[in-house]
Design a binder for this molecule. Sequence first.
Ligand SMILES: Cc1cc2nc3c(=O)[nH]c(=O)nc-3n(C[C@H](O)[C@H](O)[C@H](O)COP(=O)(O)OP(=O)(O)OC[C@H]3O[C@@H](n4cnc5c(N)ncnc54)[C@H](O)[C@@H]3O)c2cc1C
Ligand code: SF4
Length: 507
Amino acid sequence: MTTKTGSETVWITGDQCSMRNTALLSADKRIATVLMIESVDRGNLLRYHKKKLVLIYATMRHFRDQLLEAGWKVDYYAERPDFRTALDQHIYKCKPDRFLLMQQSEYGATEKLLSMLGVLSAEILPHCNFISCADDYESLHRSPEARVTMENFYRMMRKKTGLLMDGNAPSGGSWNFDKSNRQAPDQNLTSTPLRIFPPDATTFDVIEMVDRCFPDHPGTCKDWIYAVTREDALLAAKDFFDNRLDQFGPHQDAMLHGKPFLNHSVLSAYINACLLNPLELCQEAERRYLDGRAQLSSVEGFVRQLIGWREFMWRVYWRMMPAYKSRNELNANEKLPEFFWTGTTRMRCLKEAIDTSIDHAYAHHIIRLMILGNFALIAGLKPQETNDWFASMFIDGYDWVMVPNVIGMALHADGGYVGTKPYAASANYINKMSDYCRNCFYDPKDAIGEKSCPFNSLYWDFLMRNEKAFAGNHRMALVMKQLSSKSLDWRAGIRKRAEELREAGWQ
Ligand SMILES: Cc1cc2nc3c(=O)[nH]c(=O)nc-3n(C[C@H](O)[C@H](O)[C@H](O)COP(=O)(O)OP(=O)(O)OC[C@H]3O[C@@H](n4cnc5c(N)ncnc54)[C@H](O)[C@@H]3O)c2cc1C
Ligand code: SF4
């Protein structure tokens, strides 16, 4: 090993606070200073939920303390107006010969940091929190027989990691246990409450700062429950493995009033901020299956989310950006309604979804996809406004994961690259998978009358608006056939009701 000379700076941003950070691992502690900057400008880039800002800044401050304890020199800039002014101070004070940075997760962000460094030398190290490499994904594009789908990618990742494999075959004889999962909820469905992490003095300081610097951002800092250190994030993971993993699968798609978390892991914010590593989580889940403490269908479902969906979305993002973010293949041009920011709507399912997002900066996958995303899809809301709303609202929201999930999975605005079929559904699905319709102002069985559920008329109107676009899609064939059998009068009734809703602000 060659001895380094001079001085170096490891610049760590808010979603990279890990001892596995590759820039940190490449640095020489004797000559390195870790630079960390809280930029208020960055926090104002979108109207981020206050809890998301607390998570980032509190994680940074705790990580600073952990680095100091481990013997690192740290140059920390709290509550600075922007990166530039703090960076200039750091360069003046520490006179680094070179910078080490881990790749940013957002397209173009690494280049922005590099441009601030000007002529100073800098090395970019790969991201530490993904399991696949670009070639894993590219190889699917090269293979003539395999379609580029999440399912094909996921099978490849199972083989690559050896997770849930018996030799070359999947454990239990199947790659996918969806048939045992995704059951409709029963009223007695229970789940152990989440382990919560009350704020310490450092987090309290951050809460005060966020309330003062970002008063107009959505949500509240009150009722803080999240972990902000790796130590606590590991306890949150243990809480999931001990109390919810076994039942994760069967009711993964269920939605119940007043139960926002059910048996979900609620770990995405920690994984995306690098407090937890996806592979260590999958390995622990697999151990629980092998020990007989969790059923295979649940463990497989959890592993699929991480080495399947999460990795797939990361690869889609880096392959398709920057054009991907502005795609709008279905020509959706309606403005995002104001009630997305307030939850003031008579649609009970949407109210529940927006309220939980405002309260916790969290909603589980099916609430995001089949309530919030589904409404935006069938109402024809502008993809980029919808994407910004999601990116603002959720504690785990980052460009790399939001864009493919919103533009691709939820809104089908990429023409079917992520999902072969749009996730559009009427009240039928919501009524089956939740208890929301029971106490709703609207009638889930009606599509045309005064109190008919908006999800019904908007669903059929969406199919009519896109009849040509979906004509060749074999996965839509059944529903398009159903549509083609409808009378002209019925179609006119649907159109009228959808138009009335649009004019009345959707309710
Ligand atoms: C419209 C929309 C927007 C979304 N925005 C985000 C986002 O900003 N950040 C984010 O991390 N996830 C996002 N997702 C994916 C998914 O909904 C969340 O990861 C999940 O709900 C987080 O809750 P959890 O930790 O309890 O997940 P669980 O249900 O317990 O799943 C386990 C883990 O799998 C991963 N995962 C599952 N599904 C996905 C997916 N589709 N894409 C990426 N990772 C996945 C997450 O890391 C998650 O923690 C979005 C999905 C949709 C439909
Ligand atoms: S009736 Fe319609 S609007 Fe009301 S909760 Fe059910 S799906 Fe939502």
